[in-house]
Design a protein. Structure first.
Lengths: 249, 234
């Protein structure tokens, strides 16, 4: 009888202990070159606002998550080819992208704003921009906004990473950079950005950022529910405050 | 998406694709011609009997063959532009432009390979022919001009044609410094249409067509210079 109880106890313990081990696991996809939203730190780990949000969502959904990085312009095919399960990479929700993937509710909202050297008299009306060379990251809203609105006015340079656009502005190859103002804000805080500043008002402020999942994936609803929870319970606010002195939701 | 829709999409982007093709052709064309020009003294020096003449071209070739073109491109474009001295110099109006950076890097890269092709070709000229020329009373210079170089060009031509095609494919990295070559245009189109498979396929076909044209051109030149000696005898 004692033996029997022991076995029962052992089985119960095994079940209890192994329960978390068989918990569902999901893969977070991100880029890793878009500070402060996602970047690779000195130890090689991917960190940033996107990752903090993604991990909070994983905790809320009680799943184990691992992080997978991908180049930006192959990131949607990577999602669709099942390299990861959901994409938290500061991706704007657009009609074109909606044809390829599904999006959750926006987890933050974005504005596009020019940055240029403090010493330059850079105005953002079309007449002043004429003939200027403007950099942006390829395959971003900023790059497409430039092509659609200023394609005939300015000389557009498209970069594979945001960092390279800044590098070229520092070198004096381009007159200004158009990008998400959060990203610009972060760079302006750095040593490299010390001689630069925002120019003009945001030129576009309806850029909603969502989490992408494969088309028809029920994961979308779970992410939406988890997102709502972390917004309601203050987790979101805590993460937000870690990065920006203003609310970006 | 049906094939009719795919064609319509390709047609919509034809002007950009054409512009990209011109950029690629221009860069490759100029690089392999200017590269050849630089490679002749390099290759001759590389084939020298004296170590102190060989040393410099050897180091140059060693560096440019031993590192990836992408790295060389980044060194020229992002690397040297970080120095204030460079930005203040008379070279900056050129080094400022991605076009010049791409052309300079590709030219230096291909010159190293062509020089090595030329060295091999010079050393492959049968020694008997050189001795015959000298025995006929030709000076060293005359032997080089009338015997060695014309023979070396015929020997090296197929390898040079190969190098041109290699450069065509290698040129696909210049989009990383904002050049709108075939690859740059394709990636920009992809970022809008998300038709990756379609447009990468289009890019593949475009490179294949250019390669086909290049190989045919080189076949004509080879025939004109009678490179294939076995055919000549018939």
């Amino acid at each position: 009888m004692k033996q029997y109880k022991k076995v029962l106890l052992a089985v119960a313990t095994a079940l209890f202990v192994s329960a978390p081990a068989v918990a569902e696991s999901l893969r977070i996809g991100t880029e890793g070159a878009y500070p402060p939203f996602n970047q690779i730190d000195a130890s090689g780990e991917v960190v940033g606002f996107d990752l903090d949000i993604a991990k909070a969502l994983c905790a809320e959904m009680q799943v184990e998550c691992t992080v997978v990085t991908s180049d930006w312009d192959g990131i949607i095919p990577a999602l669709n080819n099942n390299k990861f399960d959901f994409l938290v990479a500061s991706m704007s929700i657009t009609d074109e992208r909606k044809q390829a993937v599904d999006f959750t509710n926006p987890y933050y909202t974005n504005k596009l704003q020019f940055v240029a050297p403090k010493s330059s008299d850079f105005a953002t009306d079309e007449a002043s921009l004429k003939g200027k060379t403007i950099g942006a990251q390829r395959a971003t809203i900023a790059g497409q906004w430039l092509e659609d609105n200023l394609g005939d006015v300015v000389d557009i340079r498209l970069y594979d990473t945001q960092e390279n656009a800044y590098l070229d502005m520092s070198a004096g190859r381009i007159d200004g950079v158009l990008a998400d103002n959060f990203v610009q804000y972060e760079w302006l805080q750095s040593d490299a950005g010390a001689d630069f500043e925002f120019k003009g008002e945001p030129v576009f402020d309806n850029d909603q950022i969502g989490i992408a999942v494969r088309k028809g994936d029920p994961l979308r609803e779970r992410l939406n529910a988890a997102l709502q929870t972390i917004v309601d319970n203050g987790t979101y606010e805590t993460i937000n405050a870690k990065y920006f002195p203003f609310s970006i939701y | 998406m049906t094939w009719a829709e795919r064609w319509a999409l390709i047609e919509r982007f034809l002007p950009q694709l054409w512009d990209g093709t011109l950029v690629t052709l221009q860069l490759v064309g100029l690089a392999v011609v200017i590269g050849l020009f630089f490679a002749i003294p390099l290759g001759l020096a590389r084939a020298s009997r004296h170590w102190y003449i060989r040393a410099l071209p050897y180091s140059y070739i060693f560096f440019f063959r031993g590192t990836p073109l992408l790295l060389q491109l980044f060194l020229v474009y992002y690397g040297i532009s970080q120095f204030e001295v460079v930005r203040k110099s008379f070279l900056w109006p050129y080094l400022r432009e991605p076009y010049w950076c791409a052309l300079i890097t590709m030219t230096m890269h291909t010159a190293a390979y062509i020089a090595e092709i030329l060295r091999g070709a010079i050393q492959a000229v049968p020694p008997g022919e050189v001795e015959a020329a000298r025995a006929l009373g030709m000076s060293r210079r005359q032997a080089l001009q009338y015997i060695i170089l014309p023979r070396a060009i015929r020997i090296g031509l197929p390898a040079y044609g190969n190098e041109v095609i290699l450069m065509l494919k290698a040129s696909a990295v210049v989009y990383t410094i904002t050049m709108m070559d075939i690859m740059g245009v394709i990636r920009t189109i992809n970022s809008r249409t998300y038709q990756y498979e379609l447009f990468f396929l289009v890019a593949g076909v475009m490179y294949l067509i250019i390669t086909l044209v290049f190989t045919q051109l080189f076949r004509l030149v080879e025939r004109w210079l009678k490179v294939d000696a076995s055919r000549q005898q018939r």
